[in-house]
Ligand binder design. Structure first.
Ligand SMILES: *Cc1c(COP(=O)(O)O)cnc(C)c1O
Length: 344
């Protein structure tokens, strides 16, 4: 029986490490992709009870699900809002909307006016990643328009934000300069954002000047360290998800386990990874669609539990990723939705 076991106490411990590390900045817990495959609802419920008040949902459907789980007091930020219908749904659910272009701003203003509510927006400046965001040369026009919409009482610019690559300090420094200029210009134009946010996991831990009022942190909350970056023990976070399976059959040629590439295990890991069994750490010889073959070890028996990654004695998702030039998030996100999530 395959199981993705999520340790919610360990998650709470990671949240406490993050809170202490970034204080007095707040933690926006990023929960896109079903809370990085750990299961949205149990994760946001526990985070809420641990004191997290901001949630980064990415899309409107996820934002609505967080709202349904946590009720009216959670602050839920979405930054993929596509067109009028999406904007209307976001406004109706009371979501904080990331706005990175002038068209979306008008959509949000229109739906807020129709619904007779004040829409909370966080304006995004493109600080160099070119993923979306208002280009610096258009920033003044956009903030002037926001100031007008604020006067009309349809939109409130509660935040200014951007996203950085976190791959090179020099690029991040340039991005921060663009961000600072944009914030200054917005204040000069009469806006009074309550939250500035720029950093994700890596920069929020290593570079205090990137924290501002809030950091949007996903990976570290789930204990996923960056490939090629600092180890879990120096970050003081631990993986909260462990992928487990069991031995199906023991033959002279090898030991078959009930997990394969259709469950999400990249077949390129064959020959490059060891799993954790109670009596050994066998190498994975071959990864098929639904079952995989391990090298035989003394004492192997049908039904033996196997930890594939994330648990004690097993590699972490990032360990596996590094052996195939990938990142830990990718390994975790591949765990099939058909595999049961269990919580303790
Ligand atoms: C995914 C994401 C984050 C979180 O990044 P981590 O490295 O997982 O902490 C933050 N901000 C934005 C815009 C994102 O898309």
């Amino acid at each position: 029986m395959n199981d993705f076991q999520v340790d919610l106490d360990r998650f709470a411990a990671n949240l406490a490490v993050i809170a202490a590390r970034i204080a007095p900045a707040a933690h926006m817990l990023v929960v896109k992709d079903d809370a990085y495959a750990h299961g949205l609802e149990p994760i946001v419920m526990r985070a809420w009870s641990e004191g997290v008040r901001w949630f980064g949902a990415f899309d409107v459907a996820t934002g609505q699900a967080v709202r349904a789980a946590l009720g009216p007091d959670a602050r839920i930020f979405v930054w993929l809002v596509a067109g009028s219908d999406d904007a209307a749904a976001a406004v109706a659910a009371g979501l904080d909307i990331g706005v990175g272009d002038a068209h979306l701003l008008e959509h949000v203003a229109d739906v807020a006016a129709d619904a007779n509510v004040l829409a909370r927006v966080h304006l995004k400046v493109d600080s160099g990643l070119h993923r979306n965001g208002v280009r610096p040369e258009q920033w003044r026009d956009v903030i002037a328009r926001v100031a007008e919409l604020e006067k009309r009482g349809v939109v409130q610019a509660v935040g200014i934000w951007s996203h950085i690559g976190e791959a090179s300090d020099a690029d991040d420094d340039d991005a921060r300069q663009i961000f600072e200029t944009a914030v200054d210009q917005a204040r000069t134009a009469g806006l009074a954002p309550e939250v500035l946010h720029l950093a994700a996991s890596a920069a929020s831990f290593e570079r205090p000047e990137f924290r501002y009022d809030m950091a949007r942190i996903g990976a570290y909350a789930y204990g996923i360290r960056p490939a090629g970056g600092p180890a879990e023990d120096s970050l003081e976070v631990e993986p909260i998800g462990a992928l487990t399976t069991s031995v199906l059959r023991v033959d002279p040629s090898g030991v078959t386990i009930d997990l394969g590439s259709l469950d999400g295990l990249p077949s390129s890991l064959a020959g490059r990874m060891r799993v954790h069994a109670s009596t050994g750490q066998p190498t994975v010889l071959a990864i098929g669609p639904t079952t995989s073959m391990l090298e035989p070890w003394p004492g192997a028996a049908a039904g033996d539990p196997i930890v594939v990654f994330g648990g004690a004695g097993a590699p972490t998702a990032t360990d596996l990723a590094e052996s195939i030039g990938s990142i830990g998030e990718e390994i975790v996100l591949r765990v099939s939705p058909l595999i049961r999530r269990s919580y303790r």
